[in-house]
Ligand binder design. Sequence first.
Ligand SMILES: [Fe+2]
Length: 383
Amino acid sequence: MEFTFYTANKIVFKRGAIKELAANIGGLGKKFLVLIDPAFVNTPVQATVVEQIASIGAACEIFSEVRGEPTVELVDEVAGLAAKQGCDAVISVGGGSNIDVGKAVAALLTNGGSALDYLEVVGKGKKVEKDPVPFIAVPTTAGTGSEVTKNSVIGSLTAGFKRSMRSDKMVATISIVDPELTLGCPKKVTANSGIDAMTHLIEAYITFRATPISDGLALKGIELAGKYLQRAVEDGSDIEAREGMSAAALIGGMAFANSGLGAAHGVGMAMGIKYHLPHGEACGIALPYVVELNADVAGEKLDKVGEALTGKRFDRPGEGTKACIDFLFKLNEAIGIPKDYKFLNVPREEIPSLAQGSLGTSMTSNPKKMDVEALTEFLSKIV
Ligand SMILES: [Fe+2]
């Protein structure tokens, strides 16, 4: 057995934790770049963040223009602004995109250059060699787990790619998870980000790269997401469900950052880029089919996933896996995730290139080995 485990240096999980920001960021910086989600501009949350920073004798620069998934251009623009303003620490208050921008900016502030230089596959292969400035992640959605992962997913609409800037040094200095911040998250975003978390958890659990640490985390997270995702979507004010999903997303991020993902993310990334689907929805559609696909190589673990999702015990091999697949199809239907990709009316001749596009980093961790031919066959049934 051999494994390494990275996560945020400190995680604070508490309802109302944002009000205790000052107690956690003292000494981390003199001028904070605050990336705040547009939905929180001029709200009590923004006022609290500004007050808390002032109370430790530090200044802040607010940036609230992270809309949609991050691009190279946006990350470079924000890094330039932060450098010009002399920021020596970064706080992201927002969803996964906002946190990914903050994480990349914190690394660029000490390492220089453009985000493109560091991107996997499409970049120049530049490494993050210097420690980033302190980075504090405060998620306002429950899904990506970006508050504890070591990569930023950055795309380019013009060049049509979505790739990672990744380094062990990029994990947040502190992750502050306040479930109350997710109370106002719209239904559709709750569903998409929640199914993203569920996909992280299941893929991180069944991958051949799983470790005893990621296994323990993922199985507990699957139980939480199974219990609370539908509730959080149906009633956004259900704080117990919101809290459960904040924990599930956090745990999912901790698990997959160390064990990798699988075919649902491989396929989801390709479909999401090509047809502009939200990341969570694109991956969530594939999830039940990917469970089916891996049933013969990861059956024992999938039986446990079925038990964690349903709270039932199954005696015979395969029963838990079947329960898992049924649960996921029903969950997707209940929270408004399409049952396959057929609504996109993709021309059949596009399928081989979508299969090729699915062969990213995530696919390398899938339990069942997949090549273009196998993926073409798989996609033909669901696209
Ligand atoms: Fe994801």
